[in-house]
Write a protein of this length. Structure first.
Length: 153
């Protein structure tokens, strides 16, 4: 049932999360968030946005962190969906989780989905993680030949 409810319209999900907590079903809330992390990029982005908008930022961030386990192109498309919905903070959070969880080469694969948009964001997020992360990602992006990286035409 939680698998089915994960696909509900995004505005209903924070209400369901609150009801699960009220009923002391925290484990079911964790399962719901995991199931939501498996949604296609656009509904996943909408779910994260709905949680954050309903003052459930911790749940929205947990959802985004869990979604980093997905294939890298899907993570990139989720970030792009968040950006398209003016949820830049959530997109930055997701990309930061990607930088922390994946190798620089995998992160460069994400940037390849939309280099003009994702390269500068990923470099900025990586700089916020650490100077080493920024250096390693910039190198991986240069090796991948992606535009928008200092030292790449």
């Amino acid at each position: 049932m939680l698998c089915e409810t994960a696909a509900w319209p995004a505005p209903r999900l924070p209400v369901l999360a609150a009801e699960l907590e009220r009923a002391r079903l925290g484990a079911d809330l964790s399962t719901l968030l995991w199931e939501m992390a498996c949604l296609p990029p656009a509904p996943l982005a909408a779910a994260a946005e709905a949680l954050v908008a309903a003052d459930r930022a911790a749940d929205g961030e947990r959802l985004l962190r869990q979604s980093v386990a997905r294939p890298v192109p899907e993570v990139a498309h989720t970030a792009l969906a968040l950006l398209a919905a003016d949820a830049a903070d959530e997109a930055a959070f997701l990309l930061g989780a990607l930088v922390r969880a994946r190798t620089p080469d995998e992160t460069a694969q994400a940037a390849a989905e939309d280099p003009a948009t994702l390269v500068p964001l990923l470099l900025d997020v990586a700089r916020g993680v650490s100077s080493g992360s920024h250096h390693d990602l910039a190198h991986a992006l240069r090796v991948a030949g992606l535009p928008g990286v200092p030292g790449v035409a």
